[in-house]
Structure formats: C-alpha cells, structure tokens
Design a protein around this ligand. Structure first.
Ligand code: SME
Length: 167
C-alpha cells in the first residue's frame, strides 16, 4: 500500500513540493498508462495538499475538453475551449490561478463550495493534450509557490505517461 509522506509539510513549501515530486516519481516508476497515472495523480494531490475539494484532468478533444480521471464531486463532462476557467486555460495555454472564482466571468460552478481554482494546461510535444484542474473551498488558496510546485508535479506526470493514443 502506498502511504504518502507528508512529514515535511511544516517546512518550506519548496521542500514540501520537492518531497511530493520525488514520491510521485516513485509512484509512476513502474507504470506508463495515461489513464492509470492520471487517476493516481488526482488521488495523490488530494491526499497530500490541504484544503482541496476537486482535482483532476480534462482531455482536449477537437475544440473542447472532456472530463478525465479526477477525485471530487460529479463535474461537468464537456467544456468548450474559451469557456470557464478550464476552457480559458485550454484556449490561451496560460495557467489560470484564480483567487476568487466568483470574480471570474464565465466560471463554471461544478461544486458550489469551490472558492479558488488553479488550472494548468498540459502540453506534450507542443500540442495541448488537456488541462489539470484543482479547486479549493478556500479563497486565495493557491500561491505562486503552489503553482510552481504543482507545475513541477505535472511535468513529472507528463513525462511518466505514454501519450500516443492522445494524438
Ligand atoms: N470550474 C471549472 C469547471 C470544472 S470544475 O471546477 C471541476 C471552470 O470554470 O472551468
């Protein structure tokens, strides 16, 4: 059984995220299946990062995002590029770190408890393959340090999966 080590939590967020990234590397060491690793990534993030209510993937399919593996409440299944926080990240390829989702025009409320959100585009060989979406019931939950730490974990995820079928 894999038990995440959160003992460095009280240290700097840089050290904490470094530890998480090492654990994630170990978690993916013997597995390259995209769906399997996406499910593990979502669960790992929910288990190790405080104050989250949703974490998971949307895959890019033509000009919309389709729901992939996640942990959280039932969510909307398809989001056109350009709509909501996820669709904006997909269309612009720019990370969306939103302190208060209620101030984001067009935000799609899947879980009414969500107050802040971080959406990071996933790019493989120069092509958008999806986005990773994390929601929190706490306003301003995600700092620049959180963004950098989570981005590093997503880089680990991207390089640990076979993406052929996605192209
Ligand atoms: N809030 C997102 C929709 C996805 S859910 O949060 C899981 C958005 O505005 O794109």
């Amino acid at each position: 059984m894999f038990t995440p080590d959160t003992s460095s939590y009280s240290q700097s967020s840089e050290i904490y995220y470094q530890s998480l990234n090492e654990q994630l590397n170990a978690l993916f060491a013997d597995e390259r299946d995209l769906i399997c690793n996406a499910a593990q990534l979502s669960a790992f993030i929910m288990q190790t990062i405080d104050d989250l209510n949703w974490a998971g993937l949307y895959f890019a399919r033509d000009n919309e995002l389709v729901l992939g593996p996640y942990v959280g409440k039932v969510a909307c299944t398809r989001i056109p590029f350009g709509r909501g926080v996820c669709g904006t990240a997909a269309q612009t390829l720019v990370v969306q770190r939103i302190d208060n989702v209620h101030d984001f025009s067009g935000h799609i409320a899947c879980d009414a408890e969500s107050a802040s959100e971080l959406v990071i585009p996933l790019v493989v060989e120069g092509k958008l393959v999806g986005v990773f979406d994390i929601d929190s019931p706490v306003e301003k939950r995600f700092s620049e340090q959180d963004q950098a730490g989570i981005q590093a974990m997503l880089d680990t995820f991207v390089s640990s999966c076979d993406w052929q079928w996605q192209f």
